[in-house]
Ligand binder design. Structure first.
Ligand code: HEC
Length: 165
């Protein structure tokens, strides 16, 4: 074996050994990261939740005897559990603007609302559901939550009118 060959083999053996060590180190790091991630409660897979998240948005009902809409579907479509409690909708959606007056939104005081209420409740419902641009600013349709049902929006309008100060 020539000198050059032995230099090559020595370097090659060294290089192989280094790669082996690197591999072992990476395996150990990988195992500890995996272990760490699995210990963390928040990253534990909640299979029920995963299953719920990947549910199809709708299913075709081929049962001729079935009633039109199953309540379960109706509930899962509307936000806030389909609640028609005006306060729940108001606190979660409308309050952001109407309690602070952000963007020119009328706060819940008679001075800001009496003229609006005179338009009639149906106009208020319509403006809340379809959106409305007035002198004060832009009222987004359904307060920006297009997933709210009309009933939920109406309930929150009722709540607002009932809580003017
Ligand atoms: C992004 C801010 C914002 C959010 C969120 C918001 N509003 Fe408004 N809203 C406004 C503004 C601004 C006006 C005033 C528009 C004008 O008169 O110029 C308004 C006006 C209204 C009016 C009066 C309309 C009229 O005819 O005078 C109603 C009713 C109303 N909002 C209901 C709601 C309800 C119900 C929600 C929650 C579902 C909601 N708003 C969420 C900004 C908001």
């Amino acid at each position: 074996m020539s000198d050059r060959d032995s230099v090559f083999f020595r370097n090659f053996a060294f290089f192989t050994a280094a790669l082996t060590v690197l591999t072992i180190v990476l395996i150990l790091i990988g195992r500890s990261v995996h272990h760490y991630a699995m210990d963390d409660q928040s990253s534990q897979l909640d299979r029920g939740a995963v299953h719920k998240n990947i549910q199809p948005v709708a299913t075709v009902n081929t049962d001729p005897n079935a009633t039109s809409a199953t309540p379960e579907v109706a509930v899962s479509e509307a936000p806030f559990g389909g609640s028609v409690d005006g306060q729940v909708i108001y606190d979660n959606v409308c309050m952001a603007c109407h309690t602070t007056g952000a963007g020119g939104a009328p706060q819940l005081v008679h001075a800001e609302w009496d003229a609006r209420v005179e338009q009639g409740i149906d106009t208020l419902y319509k403006h809340a559901i379809e959106g409305f641009t007035g002198d004060k600013g832009l009222m987004p349709a359904k307060g920006g939550r297009s997933d709210l049902t009309d009933e939920q929006v109406k309930a929150s309008v009722d709540y607002m009118i009932d809580h003017l100060q």
